[in-house]
Design a protein around this ligand. Sequence first.
Ligand code: FES
Length: 171
Amino acid sequence: MCNCNDMIPDMRYAALEKMLGKYQGSTGKIIPVLQETQEIFGYIPEEAIKTIAAALKIPSSEVFGVATFYGLFHLEARGQNIIRVCTGTACHVQGSGKVLEAFKNALDLAPGTMTTADLQFTVEPVACLGACGMAPVIMINEDAYGRINPDDVPKILAHYQEKDDKERCIA
Ligand code: FES
């Protein structure tokens, strides 16, 4: 199996530098720059904040301030698969707390972390996903699942692990 992990960061920083070339001398472009940075890395690394600040000739604190103000930006690495567990009222009443714990236990997440060490999964409690009649509801990437039981969790995770393995084989 090919392991390209050592190569990926350099390629991403090269992509960042190339993208920043479009914005040289631009002011007031922090948001599109951060959006493109997050597309490149999957999140906004601290080192990228410094690089962006230097390219836009603004303080790092200004870039950091914008990146932390908007909920759409993430300052920590996230998993390839984002598991959103609804903890809204309807889902809470139907046991979403146990579903959330089942995901955290099955993924062996360290206390205080929501992303697996191999960056395959991130678990996020979220507010209402708009399908209360199917509570408890989860979303994994773009896929929604309703009436989830904690016992379903291993089977669901195995599906995504298998899917990721197949994609790695094709790549
Ligand atoms: S409360 Fe969970 S989908 Fe609405």
